[in-house]
Design a binder for this molecule. Structure first.
Ligand SMILES: [Mg+2]
Length: 332
């Protein structure tokens, strides 16, 4: 099977959009996310802010400790969604199929349109040029034979990067001597487990497959495959009619115990879900309520329903589920 896949990822997306629109922010440590006096995390930050060790998902208080003189801004998701739609338009011109991973990130299957690697390289550079010329933004692009390799390639020369990984040998040459942490999907915790077991490099994973699988189970199996560059996953385009569920959630700024307020929020969320379902002509056969409490414990409660076709019905079912839950302060 020969696929040619592009992974495109915008550089510091939210921050770059804001710096494009507000020239006074350029060259400054800009942190998009919660405000330092709130509970929450960094969504994105500019490269200047990264010099202070700030990164996505960092606790906002920790970010503030590292960079009290930074500029802190809330995200403007409506704006980023609009930019994302413009990006999709560019990407889709060159792709046989597009799989959006986030507002600013996608896998593009270009096997048919590119014909070969030279063609794919040209597409990648066209995407970069158009993104810059038409939207005033920069992206990093990887071209490769698989999704994992394309993702790895786009990371390789960030920001404003371009890199290609044409085959399994190329990714093994690149990765084998690196720390396990550099392997796609290996996070801090997984890396720690591997390190504790004396497995430090990608080569160690290649040589100690049994041990990796024993340690990490299913994830271990996956890692032993990608350590050898094996990944034949396809680019799966997002189609609304394939959606198995529609959900909406809301995280509170402060824990909420007030039943009346919580039910109001449930109603708003029901409206949002219903709205989305109607847009695609869908109806529900089950309702799930997810709650995160103040101590970050999650619960979900589900029930099957005959058919759920209005916001009121969704709301009534959700409230029933809610009332079965023992009351304590709720965060989400
Ligand atoms: Mg990005």
């Amino acid at each position: 099977m020969n696929q040619i896949i592009i992974h495109v990822d915008m550089d510091a997306f939210y921050a770059s959009v804001e710096m494009r629109d507000h020239p006074s922010l350029r060259g400054k440590p800009l942190i998009i996310g919660s405000m330092p006096n709130e509970r929450g995390v960094v969504a994105t930050c500019s490269y200047e802010a990264r010099k202070y060790g700030i990164h996505s998902a960092m606790n906002i208080k920790e970010a503030y400790r590292r960079c009290p003189n930074g500029i802190y801004m809330r995200p403007d998701f409506d704006k980023y969604k609009a930019v994302s739609a413009q990006l999709h338009e560019i990407w889709n011109t060159y792709a046989d199929a597009s799989e959006y991973i986030a507002l600013d990130e996608a896998y593009l299957d270009v096997t048919g349109k590119a014909k070969n690697f030279d063609g794919a390289r040209e597409i990648a550079h066209t995407i970069k040029r158009r993104t810059h010329d038409e939207l005033g933004l920069s992206c990093s692009v990887g071209v490769a034979y698989s999704k994992t390799a394309a993702k790895t390639a786009s990371e390789e020369k960030k920001p404003d990067g371009y890199f290609e990984i044409p085959d399994e040998k190329a990714i093994m040459d690149l990765m084998t001597e690196r720390d396990v942490r550099s392997l796609y999907t290996v996070g801090v915790k997984t890396a720690e487990k591997l390190h504790d077991a004396g497995i430090h490099t990608v080569r160690d994973i290649q040589e100690q497959r049994e041990e990796v699988i024993r340690l990490l189970g299913k994830q271990g199996q996956w890692l032993t495959q990608i350590a050898f560059g094996m990944d034949d996953r396809k680019v799966v385009p997002y189609l609304p009619q394939n959606a198995k569920s529609i959900s909406r959630e809301l995280t509170f700024q402060e824990d909420v115990s007030n039943d009346v307020l919580l039910k109001d929020v449930l109603f708003l969320l029901s409206l949002c879900v219903d709205n989305r379902a109607k847009r695609y002509g869908l109806y529900g056969k089950g309702i799930t309520l997810k709650i995160t409490f103040s101590d970050m414990k999650n619960i979900t409660r589900s029930k099957a329903v005959m058919s759920c076709e209005s916001a009121i019905e969704i709301y009534k079912e959700a409230v029933q589920l809610f009332e079965q839950v023992k009351k304590r302060p709720i965060r989400l």
